[in-house]
Design a protein around this ligand. Structure first.
Ligand SMILES: [Zn+2]
Length: 138
């Protein structure tokens, strides 16, 4: 890959990294400040009943999952930046073939080519399907 191309992807990665860091900071602020109701202060403690607490915990869990997902992408971006500096950027880490440029433009931190990505997704589906099959033994 040409130097100016690498620079383009480095810029993309750094930009995305910055956006994710901002997202994570925001999510942390949300999870630390409690539920939406507590933040807005519209509802007093008198109206708090168990159903509210359940939805609160779901909301917090969703925030947590989102933060985990962002963290995962952040990790992948850091890995991609490392590959970029080592001159390994743009190659599939599984089969070693160059990753499609269009794919890299959409997901600059992509580690696998489309083919290998499809393969690994199929493997995952097979695994999930396997665990879901809970037929009772006779
Ligand atoms: Zn591949």
């Amino acid at each position: 890959m040409q130097k100016d191309e690498l620079k383009k992807y480095e810029d993309l990665l750094l930009k995305e990294r910055q956006e994710i860091l901002e997202d994570i900071t925001e999510l942390e602020a949300v999870s630390q400040s409690g539920s939406l109701q507590e933040r807005t202060g519209e509802i007093s403690s008198i109206t708090t009943h168990p159903a509210d607490r359940v939805s609160d915990s779901i909301e917090q869990e969703q925030t947590y999952n989102l933060a985990t997902m962002e963290g995962e992408i952040l990790y992948q971006i850091d890995e991609a930046l490392m590959r970029l500096r080592k001159g390994k950027f743009g190659k599939c880490s599984k089969c070693g073939k160059p990753i499609d440029q269009k794919r890299l433009e959409a997901i600059p931190y992509a580690e696998l080519c489309l083919e290998c990505k499809r393969d690994s997704e199929m493997e995952m589906e097979v695994e999930v399907g396997y665990f879901r099959e809970e037929e009772p033994e006779e």
